[in-house]
Design a protein. Structure first.
Length: 506
């Protein structure tokens, strides 16, 4: 039997959650508790850690917890007592995906045994921002190994270190990847909020599958240094949270900008919102029905709906996108390893490939490394093939794609289903994606925000607000207006297996 190595899980216990009084509490409510003295950062962190130890054996959402979390919380409590409160995240526990460098007693491995034991020499800039804002890094979340760029037959949420992550709504269903651990953990109330990363879909898809708000920021809004890469032309970190307000607070800390003005209850009034029908509806009648109802909510709150507002060239740059990702993976990974993992035995993609081959039983028990092998065959970033593919991507996604439909209809945002309800996890055949709407914004480097839209057979379905570059404030405003009216999120029930007669959402 193949067992995950390095995952810090307690022995399985019954789901009692006895004494846990923080479920679904927002960051603002946690701050109120610390301000009034009913909670401290230590008590909050301890409660989340106890819940995680009790329930995460069911999920495998967290690879390891921070052994210094409670000591950090004590220091932040002392600061508060002395009259210093750094901001809305002071004393708030946050989980961070295990491809983001933290210079502490935790590893940064992208879920791979090739980097087991490696501690980066310094914090990624986004982690330094979180610490400066007073957040407690509670632990590192599981993920699709190497952010799901290793194999074309992978199962989202599986890594050699963490094993297979499960969806807290129905444990036999997939949490979607690659920020699967962050999605599952935050949905399960293991921390106040979490940080994921996305190249194409890896923030918004797990947010949709786990009934969360996920913000895929404009490329460059958040410093990407210290993130184990796929591709610099698309990679970005972003917040994943249970409410728009929490995601907004976390985005502010990650970016150094204040988005709090976006929390406008009347944010939908007069907004022009397009509906991207072509390609993004039709693959899942269940998702279509849920998002159709959500669009009616947008209308009821004064939004002007332009339907259809299709995105030109959607689906026409999938092949060139993969070409760009494979070229950049080979170059960017070597750069990361040299700067952020100088003590690692692997120095290049070729070294990682060799490690996986030498450790097949633990690293490749279910699927291989086809994409790694394809990337290794690519040349340098000066190759004309790469330059042509990147130019095609940017032209079709930006100037001839999203820019056209936004200008033509004078839109504030475009909406579409984020994805289908979660599929059953299948380690034999891999993921069963039916469709998604993440690619245009991902390839263009533009912003998108996924919000819970409702449930189909008890399984979460998300709706994405897609915007232009640097439109985060607008998208959060629309998302907040929608959330305030629809109140779409229900917590998970940890159903062992999905059944049509049992609702996995509580």
């Amino acid at each position: 039997m193949v067992r995950p190595v390095g995952a810090q899980h307690a022995a399985p216990l019954p789901m009692t959650t006895s004494g846990f009084d923080l479920e679904e509490l927002t960051i603002a409510q946690l701050q109120d508790g610390m301000r009034t003295g009913s909670h401290t950062s230590r008590s909050i962190c301890a409660a989340y850690l106890a819940r995680l130890a009790e329930l995460d054996p069911k999920l495998h959402s967290v690879i390891e917890t921070n052994p210094d979390a409670l000591a950090i919380a004590d220091r932040l409590d002392a600061e508060r007592k002395a009259g210093r409160v750094r901001g809305p995240l002071h004393g708030i526990p946050v989980l961070v995906k295990d491809n983001i460098a933290t210079a502490d007693r935790m590893m940064t491995t992208a879920g791979s045994l090739a980097l087991a034991g490696v501690t980066p020499p310094r914090d990624a800039p986004l982690v330094a921002r979180l610490r400066a804002a007073g957040a407690v890094i509670l632990g590192k979340t599981n993920l699709s190994e190497w952010a799901n760029i290793r194999s074309n037959q992978s199962s989202s949420g599986w890594s050699a270190r963490g094993g297979q992550c499960a969806n807290p709504y129905a444990l036999d269903r997939n949490p979607c990847g690659s920020s699967s651990g962050t999605g599952a953990a935050i949905a399960a109330n293991f921390a106040a909020a979490g940080v994921g990363t996305e190249t194409d879909g890896s923030i918004v898809c797990p947010s949709s599958a786990c009934s969360l708000v996920g913000v895929k920021p404009t490329l460059g809004l958040i410093d990407g240094a210290g993130i184990i890469p796929i591709a610099h032309s698309q990679d970005t970190a972003g917040p994943m949270a249970r409410t728009v307000a929490d995601a907004t607070a976390l985005l502010g800390a990650l970016s150094g900008r204040d988005f709090s003005a976006s929390l406008d209850p009347a944010g939908l009034k007069g907004a022009r919102i397009g509906v991207a029908r072509q390609k993004f509806f039709g693959y899942s009648p269940e998702a279509d029905a849920v998002v159709g109802a959500a669009i009616e909510v947008l209308k009821s709150q004064g939004a002007v709906i332009v339907d259809p507002a299709d995105i030109p060239h959607a689906g026409e740059y999938d092949d060139s996108e993969l070409t760009v990702l494979l070229y950049e993976l080979k170059a960017d990974l070597a750069t990361y390893l040299a700067s952020w993992a100088p003590g690692a035995k692997v120095k290049t993609l070729a070294d990682v490939i060799a490690f996986n081959e030498a450790n097949k039983e633990r690293e490749m028990p279910y699927f291989g490394q086809e994409f790694f092998l394809q990337a290794q065959e690519k040349g340098p970033l000066t190759d004309q093939v790469y330059r042509d593919a990147l130019a095609k991507d940017q032209r079709l996604s930006r100037a001839e794609g999203l820019d056209v439909v936004f200008t033509q209809h004078n839109l504030d945002a475009i909406v579409a289903p984020t994805g289908s309800p979660a599929w059953p996890t299948d380690l034999v055949n891999g993921d069963h994606f039916l469709g998604a709407s993440s690619t245009p914004a991902a390839v263009a480097g533009y912003a998108s925000v996924a919000v819970p839209a409702g449930y189909s057979f008890g399984l979460p379905v998300g709706m994405s607000f897609i915007g232009r570059a640097n439109s985060e404030a607008t998208l959060l405003k629309l998302a907040y207006g929608y959330e305030r009216t629809a109140k779409p999120r229900r917590p998970p029930g940890f159903l062992p297996q999905w059944r049509p007669d049992v609702d996995p959402a509580r």
